[in-house]
Design a protein around this ligand. Structure first.
Ligand code: NDP
Length: 297
């Protein structure tokens, strides 16, 4: 039976380890690291994510500012807010919750964020720094996955890593991070052939497709480590009419029969994403304030 990777517990330890850095920055600059979270529209999942991010930031001693804009907000209005936040000295990290309503081009908004405050790590400057092996603000979800893998495996040199999904926010940066760990990396996507065969070659399998329980037990090499990034809401009639439950991209019950270790959904990658967001905000605040901090993760 696979070991359950406790992302929730790990993320709590990670946040505890961040606390001295928060205190150092606050003492040296006279203000705590500040995170601005921008939400446009009423997407229910986004509202939950934003609320969690704000609450966890406050609990970690950060200054947290939430900007909720109506769904019909224009791109120009969002860009104006970003410009204001770029110049706000109390804000060190800016996060715009995706997806955005159709009238707003996500790329234009992301590129308007000062790269030094881009705590999601989506700006092309940070993507380019990561791709060329330089110090970057790294996207939170893949960074969280990497911390779990490092904790579990230590050295990943020569291991076969297969990543399902090639998005800019998960799949591609995950590949860069695993390459930097000297894994042999394959990225698979909707046009890839023989997904089950590709997955069976993986010592490390990262699933980030957004398809509930797509990865089956017989896709998994015995002894592999499985990181399930997917968060899917599926109907749960057993809980009552109109009720949902969360499930990942991996058939958990099957996978845990063969994998060496697996992240649950919920309680695996999700909490790590938020912990890494706090970490990025603290790193950004330290750089902007010229404060030396010592983070080991
Ligand atoms: P995207 O929709 O941006 O990307 C999905 C990727 O999966 C694409 O590359 C797509 O291929 C590929 N894909 C889709 N269907 C298939 C298929 N049938 N076979 C093979 N590949 C397929 O999603 P994200 O990367 O943003 O998110 C992925 C999942 O991770 C979602 O469930 C999301 O909710 C979750 N997530 C979780 C986070 C967390 O904190 N735990 C944070 C971010 C995301 P193609 O490019 O060819 O279309």
């Amino acid at each position: 039976m696979a070991k359950l990777i406790d992302g929730k517990g790990f993320s709590e330890q990670l946040v505890d380890r961040l606390k001295p850095a928060v205190a150092d920055i606050t003492k040296a600059t006279g203000q705590p690291p500040g995170l601005a979270v921008v939400l446009v529209g009423e997407d229910p999942a986004s509202r939950v994510y934003v609320r969690n991010k704000t609450e966890r930031s406050k609990a970690a001693g950060l200054h947290s500012a939430e900007y909720r804009l109506p769904a019909e907000t224009s791109q120009q209005e969002v860009l104006k807010l970003i410009d204001q936040l770029n110049r706000d000295a109390s804000i060190h990290g800016i996060l715009v919750q995706l997806p955005l309503p159709p009238q707003i081009e996500a790329a234009a908004v992301i590129q308007a964020i000062d790269p030094a405050k881009d705590v999601d790590g989506f700006h092309i400057v940070n993507a380019g720094l990561l791709a060329t092996g330089q110090e970057a603000l790294v996207p939170c979800t893949p960074w969280g996955c990497l911390l779990l893998l490092r904790d579990l495996l230590g050295d990943m040199s020569g291991l076969n890593a297969v990543i399902l999904g090639r998005s800019n926010i998960v799949g591609k940066p995950m590949a860069q991070l695993l390459l930097a760990e000297n894994a042999t990396v394959t990225i698979a996507h909707s046009r890839s052939r023989d997904l089950p065969g590709l997955c069976r070659s993986a010592d490390i399998l990262v699933a980030a497709v957004g398809r509930p329980e797509m990865v089956k037990q017989d896709w998994i090499k015995p002894g592999a480590v499985v990181i399930d990034v997917g968060i899917n809401r599926v109907p749960a009639p057993e809980r009552g009419p109109d009720k949902f439950r969360l499930t990942g991209d991996v058939d958990f019950a099957g996978a845990e029969q063969v994998a060496a270790a697996i992240t649950p959904v919920p309680g695996g990658v999700g909490p790590m994403t938020i912990a890494c967001l706090l970490r990025n905000t603290i790193v950004a605040a330290a750089r902007q304030g010229g404060v030396a901090i010592n983070l080991t993760d």
